[in-house]
Design a protein around this ligand. Structure first.
Ligand code: PXP
Length: 247
């Protein structure tokens, strides 16, 4: 049976592979199409300030090419906002960002940054982009998101994913309560960060959950489910090459 919770695929790490060599492959648009054909309801990319994986041109091309929804993760930073306003993604998810971090660490302090966020949310909504705030499952952050006029929140599941046993169950309960509170406040509830095949089940069962945005574990799994076919394709190309003259 299909889960009513939908999947948005974050393809940042397809671009990480490309940027490792500054090559023109793997193509980000092709990756997005494969995810869409496999059932993703949307494509997520994070245009980081240091442009370590996704580049400005990727966002422009994806916005034109994909058939589903583009969700742009972004810091509240002027140059990224300018690009977002130009590209008009279907949705923008505002995240905290620190240059040295390996990935987003923790949720946005929406409550502590109301003034700075209000202008950004307005600028995005003015061009028709729906705004989501990536927050920890805390009532004051949910209240701030609703007061700021965001239509969505994305609950940070990174803590849940790092914990085990009773502590993980406690974090799951916090996420469940936060989803309920956010729904009552009129917010659409998404979640993501750190989700894998092993830990996604309980998050899927949280009532009111709309979309889970998942990236790293899917791209990692794709390496293993695709490595045999990629090896066979290379062997076939080698076998098809004209033989060298014997010397
Ligand atoms: N949601 C947000 C806001 C994120 O910053 C990220 C990571 O870019 C994800 C979801 C996806 O997390 P992961 O790659 O661990 O699945």
């Amino acid at each position: 049976m299909n889960s009513p919770v939908r999947l948005g695929v974050n393809i940042d790490h397809v671009a990480t592979l490309r940027q490792a060599r500054r090559s023109d492959y793997p193509d980000i648009v092709e990756a997005a199409r494969i995810c869409e054909e496999a059932g993703a309801c949307g494509i997520t990319v994070h245009l980081r300030e240091d442009r370590r994986h996704i580049q400005d041109d990727d966002v422009i091309r994806l916005r034109r090419a994909i058939a589903t929804r583009l969700n742009l993760e972004m810091a509240n930073a002027p140059d990224v906002l300018a690009r977002a306003v130009e590209v008009r993604p279907h949705e923008a998810c505002l995240v905290p960002e620190h240059r040295e971090e390996l990935t987003t660490e923790g949720g946005l302090d929406a409550d502590g940054n109301r003034q700075a966020l209000a202008a950004t949310i307005r600028a995005l909504q003015d061009v028709g982009t729906e705004v989501s705030l990536f927050i920890d499952p805390e009532p004051r952050q949910i209240e701030a998101a609703a007061a700021l006029g965001a239509t969505h929140i994305e609950l940070h599941t990174g803590t849940y994913c790092r914990l085990h046993g009773a502590r993980q169950a406690e974090e799951l309960a916090r996420l469940t309560e936060a989803a309920q509170l956010a729904h009552q406040a009129g917010l659409i509830v998404n979640a993501g960060h750190g989700l894998t095949l092993a830990n996604v089940g309980p998050v899927c069962r949280i009532p009111r959950m709309h979309v889970l945005n998942i990236g790293h574990s899917i791209v990692c799994h794709a390496v293993f489910v695709g490595l045999a076919a990629a090896t066979r394709a290379m062997l076939a190309a080698m076998a098809a090459a004209p033989q060298a003259e014997p010397s």
